[in-house]
Design a binder for this molecule. Structure first.
Ligand SMILES: [Cu+2]
Length: 368
């Protein structure tokens, strides 16, 4: 797609962008930008009924594009309220521990999509869209070959959806958008082990991921890897304006430009500086790292350590040995491990330091 086409829409988009940064401006400018793009591609603004229509017509947005946020005719009617930080749950450190596997081989998972402020510091919240009330959403841990029976119920005001990167499934059916109050259910069985992203795929995806709709599904191999202390890190970016009532509004123009204000592990800048991840000397440490983006990679590095193994694909096959840093692309996930033989405080960072210094940094404390 080149050019933005229809001049009236473009000028409305620009004026929306120039308006005061707020949830209202965010929704309006995002919707108009995507709508302008759709017009430039020769699409109509309104699709017919049924999921396949958008796909047949080459829609660049969601598989069920009649429900795309971008195509809402009256964004203000669907605009989530900019709320007060008082409505956010108390601050808590996001537990990076990989949850234990259950004995079950079939997992029934029912999550909700919602639009609520989420605290990223004790005194500061983000006007988030998210799964299950937090950013990132819950960590799902299963075994290779298990079955997931998944249901998403949308409690938000605008349409949302769920896209599991661990699934092989018709996205136009399973990953379709659902309006407020409705649900979508699908079943999948991950073929490969690894660290996988999940996210809302409703258009514009940049906005829905940028607002916080992502998380990690960790698929352990059937033959267990060597015993280790296992942790999950989801890196992502926040693009925000000045806080209102303690809540940071999102800035879609910054998202489109790729200029984040924060780059974070597990949703909170610097949280593992104040609360280091602690292991004992001699333990093996394994990080399952997912880069949710929406736009930037994570050049993962542990200062003072070297990775014994980095698995780009499904562990335990084909590890890279003796690696200092490896980049996890947005939308990707990799597995890093090493033996913590030396006591001390080891910073783990995004070694792209323009991003590491915006919050993608923490301490691994190896106790004697
Ligand atoms: Cu969404």
């Amino acid at each position: 797609m080149s050019g933005l086409g229809e001049p009236r829409l473009v000028s409305r988009m620009v004026s929306a962008a120039e308006s005061r940064v707020s949830r209202r401006g965010f929704m309006a400018s995002a919707s108009l930008a995507a709508l302008a793009g759709a017009v430039a591609c020769g699409q109509e603004g309104q699709e017919g009924q049924g999921a396949p229509a958008g796909a047949r017509r080459g829609g660049p947005l969601n598989s069920n594009s009649r429900l795309d946020t971008a195509l809402i005719r009256d964004p203000d009617a669907h605009r989530p309220q900019v709320t007060s930080i008082d409505e956010a749950a108390p601050y808590r450190v996001y537990d990076p521990t990989l949850p234990a596997l259950s004995d079950q081989t079939t997992h029934r998972v029912h999550w909700r999509s919602m639009e609520v402020p989420v605290r990223i510091r004790p005194e500061l919240a983000m006007a988030a869209w998210c799964f299950e009330g937090d950013v990132p959403g819950p960590i799902l841990h299963i075994r290779e070959g298990d079955t997931i029976e998944f249901t998403l119920t949308n409690e938000g005001d605008v349409p949302h959806s769920m896209d599991f990167h661990a699934a092989q499934i018709d996205p136009h059916v399973a990953f379709r958008s659902v309006p407020k109050g409705e649900s979508v259910t699908f079943t999948f069985r991950p073929r490969y082990a690894g660290a996988y992203m999940y996210h809302c795929g409703t258009g514009p995806v940049l906005m829905h991921i940028g607002a916080g709709m992502y998380g990690a599904i960790i698929v352990s191999p059937r033959d267990p890897l060597p015993e280790a202390r296992e942790f999950v890190l989801v890196q992502s970016e926040y693009y925000v304006g000045e806080p209102e009532n303690g809540v940071l509004p999102l800035d879609y123009q910054k998202m489109a430009a790729g200029t984040p204000d924060y780059v974070v592990f597990n949703g909170r800048p610097d949280q593992y500086i104040q609360n280091p991840i602690t292991v004992q000397r001699g333990e093996r440490v394994r990080f399952w790292v997912v880069s949710a983006g929406p736009s930037h990679q994570c050049s993962f590095h542990v200062v003072g350590e070297q990775f014994d193994n980095v698995w780009l694909g499904a562990p335990p096959d084909n590890p890279l040995r003796g690696v200092q840093t490896f980049a996890v692309p947005p939308g990707g996930g990799m597995v890093f491990d090493f033996s913590a033989d030396v006591p001390g405080n080891f910073p783990f960072v995004n070694h792209g330091f323009g991003h590491g210094q915006k919050g993608a940094i923490g301490f691994l404390r190896v106790e004697e």
